[in-house]
Every structure is written in structure tokens, then in C-alpha cells.
Design a protein around this ligand. Structure first.
Ligand SMILES: N[C@@H](CCC(=O)N[C@@H](CS)C(=O)NCC(=O)O)C(=O)O
Length: 233
């Protein structure tokens, strides 16, 4: 039996791994070699499925996990899940390597400086089937404008992304991983965000990952993103 039940978000392609927040939990579980089973929810049904499990009045979001190996404990939010896994699975590879504050800083850096640009790049490519009208209405209310206006100018988005990636290139010039010599939470965060771009705008992903430092790092993180070692290794 799996140790963890993990709730992920499905668009219109069953089993497509794309969501930047749920990928953080998926990749963290992969790094830690913790076994898990995936339950898929959609933008429409997460509002009924998730509160029935979390039993809180917190806004329903994914990821959540149910820890089947620790009395079905339920945790919501990718950051809280990472902290929980680190504390409750101490014999597995570390996500933070003793520097949790630094990882929180990088997590926030990406959340505020990289994810919003990537979201603009993909927002018009999200196909969530029956939830499409809900997705548009919900996000247009959140952004206070149409999705088309929010998406903005693609050249400007690309320039902004290049600028936001500068400190990351500086790290990757010296170290194989963002975390340093070992993979860690910082790599999880960036890989999760770029998985969204790869799945929803592969053309833009190709352009960004033409950079040799990023493409070398992407190959190194393959097994943590997929839970597999590539056949060529
Ligand atoms: N801070 C949360 C954010 C979770 C989040 O916003 N998840 C999105 C999916 S990527 C979601 O559940 N959205 C549902 C909605 O906005 O209604 C985390 O890191 O887990």
C-alpha cells in the first residue's frame, strides 16, 4: 500500500502532470522516495472533494496529502506538505539540507517573480474542458481584466522572464542544482513552475531551455520530476 494519497489537478488530458503547485508535492515525494497514489480532481469538483477531506473552512486548493502511514493525517498547501514530509519522514533524502529559511526565500522569489510571468505565458492555453467557463470567470474576477489583457505582450513576458532568471543562472554556473551539490526544495519549486510551461507552451519552453545552463539542470532533475531514471543513464 502507498504511504501517501496525493491529490493532483487534472485539465482536459487525463493524467497530464502540469500544475505548478501540485508538482511541488509530487517532485518532493519523488526526491524522498515516499510511495504515493494520485487522486485526480478538477477545477469543478475540487470544491466538493477537498473540503470533505480537509474538514476545514480554508479555501479548497490542491495539493493536499493524506498520510496513510501516519493515521490518515491530512495536510494542505505545498509548503506545509514539504515541512511535514521533512519532519515525519526523517530517514528519507532531505529537501532543505538544514537551510529551511533559505529555501523559503527562494520559494517566495519564484512565487512572486517567476510564476506570475509563466502564468501569463500559459493562461490562454489552459484547456480545462467542462470547467473552462468557471476558469475564465474566476480568473478574470481575480485579475480584474480579461484573460487576453492579463496575458499581455509575449515579447515583454519573455524579457521579464530572462531578467528574473539572472540570479538562477549565477547559481547554475557554479553548482549542478539550485540547492547546490544536492537536489532540494529550491529545485523542486523551479522545476514545478517550468513543468507548467513545458506542458502548456512547449514552444516557449524550448526557447527558454535553449540556454545550456537551464537545459543541463533540466536533464539532471529528470528523475525527480518523473520518478524514473532515463533509459540513457
Ligand atoms: N499556496 C498553495 C496554492 C495552491 C493553489 O492555488 N492551487 C491551485 C492549483 S495549482 C488550486 O487549487 N486552485 C483552485 C482555485 O483557485 O480555485 C500551495 O502552494 O499549495
Amino acid at each position: 500500500m502507498a504511504q501517501i494519497r496525493f491529490f493532483d489537478l487534472e485539465l482536459n488530458i487525463p493524467g497530464q502532470i502540469w500544475s505548478p503547485n501540485t508538482c511541488k508535492t509530487r517532485f518532493a515525494l519523488n526526491i524522498k522516495n515516499i510511495s504515493y497514489e494520485t487522486e485526480w480532481v478538477t477545477f469543478s469538483n475540487l470544491y466538493t472533494i477537498i473540503p470533505a477531506i480537509t474538514k476545514t473552512d480554508k479555501k479548497p486548493t490542491v495539493p493536499i496529502i493524506v498520510d496513510l502511514s501516519h493515521h490518515n493525517k491530512v495536510i494542505q498547501d505545498s509548503w506545509d506538505i514539504a515541512l511535514y514530509l521533512e519532519e515525519n519522514f526523517p530517514d528519507t533524502p532531505s529537501l532543505f539540507h538544514g537551510n529551511v529559511g533559505l529555501h523559503k526565500f527562494f520559494y517566495d522569489y519564484c512565487t512572486f517573480n517567476i510564476l506570475p510571468i509563466l502564468f501569463k505565458m500559459i493562461v490562454l492555453s489552459i484547456d480545462c474542458g467542462p470547467s473552462q467557463a468557471w476558469f475564465r470567470k474566476n480568473n478574470e474576477a481575480k485579475f480584474g481584466t480579461t484573460l487576453e489583457v492579463y496575458a499581455g505582450d509575449s515579447n515583454k513576458n519573455m524579457e521579464a522572464l530572462k531578467l528574473a532568471l539572472v540570479p538562477i543562472y549565477h547559481v547554475l554556473k557554479k553548482y549542478p542544482f539550485i540547492t547546490g551539490d544536492k537536489v532540494g526544495w529550491a529545485d523542486v519549486v523551479l522545476a514545478a513552475h517550468f513543468t507548467m510551461l513545458q506542458e502548456l507552451r512547449p514552444d516557449l519552453f524550448k526557447l527558454v531551455f535553449a540556454h545550456p545552463l537551464l537545459s543541463a539542470w533540466w536533464k539532471l532533475t529528470y528523475k525527480y520530476r518523473t520518478g524514473n531514471v532515463p533509459a540513457s543513464l
